[in-house]
Structure formats: structure tokens, C-alpha cells
Design a binder for this molecule. Sequence first.
Ligand code: NDP
Length: 320
Amino acid sequence: MKIICNFASVMEKVKLLILGGGPAGYTAAIYASRANLDPVLYEGMEPGGQLTTTTVVENYPGFNGGVDANTLMDTMRAQAASFGADIRMGAATEVDLSKRPFRVKIDAEKEIEAEALVIATGASARYLGLPSETKYRGMGVSACATCDGFFYRKKTVAVVGGGDTACEEALYLSGLCKKVYMIVRRDVFRASKAMQAKVFSRENIEVLWNCNTREVLGDGMGVTGARLERKDGKVFDIEIDGFFLAIGHHPNSELFSKYLETDDAGYIVTAPKTSETSVKGVFAAGDVQDPLYRQAVTAAASGCKAARDAERFLLEQGIN
Ligand code: NDP
């Protein structure tokens, strides 16, 4: 595996630049390197992507019994490198997508000129920002029920948020857990009526309206509860084993939004059934363009699409 740190300020020309070291970026690199596109991939601020914030991945196809999240990402990275992908540490800090070749500055130092670009910079889950929440992240605090819910079978958990994601996560967890609290800061859900109806029909989901979390409580080893404050000033504790955040995600698209079409929430818009963005030669894959599915396997699949789209584009341009 090639991992190179860049400190010198040198202009480098590449055929295909991939930004993002998650399932989408690595998969794009696997396909692109096998197609002789000599891809250069910068892993960004979180090598391995959001998946590295969890422990075991049990729903990635091909791993009966599950796979350690870091191992899965290390394997994808090594697989891409084995086909010749040039995988580097560093994050894009500036871009100019106004004309081709596109210009990208890495770590405010090194400049790259790329004939085609795959953006796979992912999304970040929003957290409340409590120190106790940070302390127990990965030890009972999670932002992904589909990833981690299974570890709380027959236990009691809480989901923070009142949107469609929170309802969906609560419904998923209610099928596994003994009891699910929903901590909702207003007296109404933001979620669709259909989703609300499903939540209300589940006997083991209890909605705690008008509540904000003051602290995540724990015993040093894991989460044991949460301290809540209701709008009327009442402070009380609930006993839980898991604390799930579902207060929205934030696509890592700011750097590109000046040049590319994004939706109201900042997700990069791609043409239906493709990874093509509003700028020819720029492709987007994974969570940065997907507000809905946000799974490792869907991100990987879209990385494949982006590499194939980039390959076709470069061929059309006579670049090989
Ligand atoms: P949303 O922005 O829709 O909802 C976020 C929720 O979190 C709101 O209830 C909000 O409260 C609450 N919240 C935000 N910040 C805080 C905070 N600091 N403390 C406590 N609560 C907080 O995000 P979602 O991820 O739920 O959904 C994103 C998009 O994806 C939506 O368009 C949604 O419809 C869609 N989606 C659709 C699904 C489906 O159709 N199956 C499934 C999942 C998502 P408040 O309401 O008070 O602002």
C-alpha cells in the first residue's frame, strides 16, 4: 500500500482524482485503477470514513458473522492499492472547478490538476456537542442504529430527534430492543405523518416530548443513562444502555457548493441513475450525494458508478 505525505508545493497532473477515503472513494479507486486510470485518492480528515466510528459491521454482504469496521476499510484501501491506486493522506482545502483541468489544493499546500474528479467526501452525523456524549462515543453512543442496534438486543435505548431518521431508527430499534425512548425537543415530530403513525403504533416506543439531553450518564465502561431537562424545567434521569443520535447529517460539500448544484440540505445533486454532477467531468459518490440510504454498501456501489462514469468521460475526451 502506498501512503505518501506531501509537504512540497508542486503542481501535479493526474487523470483522475478521488477525494474521500470511505467505501465510496475506495471502491471508485478499485474500479478506476483496474481500468488503468491511475487514480490518486486523498483520504481526507477521516480515513476509512464514518464507518470507523462504529465497531463491527454485520450487514456488509460477504462477511457472514460480521467484520470489524476498521478491518473492512483497511481491506478496501489495500485492495485499491494492490491495483495501483495511489492512496495518500491529506484533505482538499481549495478547489477550482470552473474549467478543466480542475484544480484542487491539498492541505493548503500541494496543487493538483485533474482531468476528472470523483467527490466522495461523505457526510458527518450531527452530535449534540456534550462532553459526556463524546466520552461514550462507540461505548453506547452511536449515530447509526442500523450499524450498532444489534448490540442492544433486549436492552433499553434512547433515540434523540424527531425527524424521519429518528423515527426510522426508533422503529428499527423497537424490533430489537426491550424499550426505546425517543427524546424530542418540541411537542411535535418533524417526521412525516406516515412515519409518526408507525411510531405511535409500537408499544415499546415511549416519546419524551419537550425534552433536551443535559448529560449522557455512564459508569466509565459504557452508557447507563441520560439526564434530561423538560421545557417546564423538570430534570430527570432515564436508564438506558444505548444513546442514538438522529438529529440530522451534514454533507461534506461546502468546498464544492460554489461550483456544483446542491439541494437545500447541501447534498450534491447527481443526474438520475448516474454520478454526474452539474459540472461535466466531476462525479459524486457516497453520502455526500445521498441523504436517504447512507449505508456502506450503497456508498460502495455509487463509488463503482462514479469510476465507470469517469472512465467513460475520459474516453470521450480522448484521455487514456
Ligand atoms: P431532519 O432535519 O428532518 O430532522 C432532525 C430532527 O432532529 C428534528 O426533529 C430536529 O428537531 C431534531 N434536532 C435537530 N437538532 C437537535 C438538537 N440539537 N437537539 C435535539 N433535537 C435536534 O433530519 P433527518 O435526518 O430526520 O432527515 C433528513 C431528510 O431525510 C429529511 O428530508 C427526511 O424526510 C429524509 N428521510 C426520509 C426517510 C424516509 O422517507 N424513509 C428516512 C430518513 C430520512 P426540530 O424538529 O425541533 O428542528
